[in-house]
Write a protein that binds this ligand. Sequence first.
Ligand SMILES: Cc1ncc(C[n+]2csc(CCOP(=O)(O)OP(=O)(O)O)c2C)c(N)n1
Ligand SMILES: [Mg+2]
Length: 671
Amino acid sequence: MTELEQQSINTIRFLAVDAVQRANSGHPGLPMGAAPMATVLWKEFLKHNPVNPQWTDRDRFVLSGGHGSMLLYALLYLTGYKDMTIDQLKSFRQWGSITAGHPESNLTPGVEATTGPLGQGISNAVGMAIAERFLASTFNRKNFSIVDHYTYVLASDGDMMEGVASEASSIAGHLGLGKLIVLYDDNNISLAAPTSVSFTEDVTKRFESYGWQVLKVENGNTELDEIREALKQGIAEKEKPTLIRVKTTIGFGSPNKANTHDAHGSPLGEEEVKATKQNLGWPLSPSFYVPDDVLEDYRKAVSAGKESEASWNQMFQRYKKEHSQLAQEWEMIWAGKLPKDWEKKVPVFSAEEGPLATRKASGSIINALVPVIKNFIGGSADLAPSTNTYMKGIDEQQRDTHGGRNIRFGVREHAMGAIVNGIAYHGGLIPFGGTFLTFSDYMRGSVRLSALSHLHTIWIWTHDSVWLGEDGPTHQSVEHNASLRAIPNLTVIRPCDANETSVAWKVALEHKSGPVALILSRQGLPVLDRKVYGKAEGLAKGAYVLSDSEGKPDVILIATGSEVELALQAEDLLNRKGVQCRVVSMPSWELFEEQSEDYRHSVLPPDIRARVVIEAGVSLGWHKYVGEKGRIVCRDDFGASAPLKALREKFGFTPDRVVDEALKAFAAAKA
Ligand SMILES: Cc1ncc(C[n+]2csc(CCOP(=O)(O)OP(=O)(O)O)c2C)c(N)n1
Ligand SMILES: [Mg+2]
């Protein structure tokens, strides 16, 4: 290793050490051990443009072991990302900085994915590699490699242990994602102990059996040539993803903490910082020291990046002339726009088409949009026939059909979540993933991150309640709506019929600031006659008046999804008893909360306190809308295995029960 290389690596090590020490919190061990491989990758292989972190054809780099965030921040600073100043490094983990404890993609330019929850980043990368391959197959033409980049990951032992990574790596091998290259920081140490206490499998054999190329760098602390060679072999292998096991020493250079879990997640301490600097021949002061020649050398990334992007831009100008239609599409998808008049393709359903399950309506909507919205891609976790998510007449994403938009995730919900997120992180595509609502739990770690990172992902969850019947409580959602509504920035929509489902899809496709969940029924639901009832477009406001009394209502029935039908039946009975009724369809709390107070009060006037909420799920959270005098028809316990009809009786979801509760609410409100 040359002197400059050694200095470059040590610069990263000590920026991390100093930042963690100054913050008095953080993880020095990973950056110290992984600095050599990161330096080789970023200096010699990574195609990126620090001046434009959004350049579409950049290589993607995902720090899956997000706890090593200082490694990434140091690289961003050194290679010249303008927002990442030395002062930011000094403000590591402080309020208002862009150097958060773990990397956050929507906070820090150059951070490709929000990582920290182990296993997610490497799984996101699988989605990025799928996106790259799909876009390349769709847009590249002879002499025009508009899309041609690699997806690199730096993963840690924890990433290798997490189940989601196994699911995602399995499908990556199946698909043969040749441009996915994972550097595994194989240091035999995790947070609390050596890996010998809990993680002793043969990772090489495991990944080989997934269909990966597995390479090993015996000494990743000093042997840069081995790292180079392995990366070259990874690039040369076109048919398989590559895992490079890089043997490193956590906390490299620290005389007393290297190779122990003490180096993992706390500052080395003043004394040990000093000892480590002495040990590696680094000046004790100033802290955050960056030698001029080191900075200059890293900063070559700026001119190299500008050049790469400029030559890409030149190619794109020629592409525009030769393939103007494709070029237009390319520009449209990257601008986050939808094709002209796409809304006109969204089906409008007539009352005669009912009863129709909202999952089936959703299937028709998806298939109507497929020919128009060509960057819409996704699939389900082996439930395509049940979730109605299969796009007919177009290819599947498989080893040899890179342009396929139907993704077969297999029975791997969590990986599906992370892969869909990865596709969204990559950009250019609108991805979706579907399964039964109950199994949203299996993918929750990824769903939460989609919300945190403001990703435009669409979650399709069907079989949305106890009404799926005979499969029983293992499959019946009860707490799921509530638990999903609890996730900030996730828009949950539970449409009541086919036309609300159409509007829900419009909202989902246009909603760019975060994920949207569509909660759909297994069973048939009437298609409401919109000449009689309020327009389905009301869904976009979260809640709207579906049916109203002539004068001021005595009671308001609030329902979502399949329970709207029940509310309308109860309304009829109440009217016959001379009770003035309003029925409010409330498919989405989040959309409703975005409306003006005037609008919200027009739907739910504060002075009408006789209210009944009806939803086939737990009552948690509904008290806000139903108020002190109101009543709740919900299911605060698990369901049961029985036909739907019996469950309705047993669980009290009948028109008579709703009438009864409405009368009670009415009496309470008057009292
Ligand atoms: C899903 C998840 N579980 C637990 C943690 C807490 N945690 C952070 S790092 C870590 C393990 C550290 O081991 P390794 O991944 O090998 O990183 P290294 O110590 O080598 O830097 C754990 C358990 C986490 N970040 N994510
Ligand atoms: Mg480790």
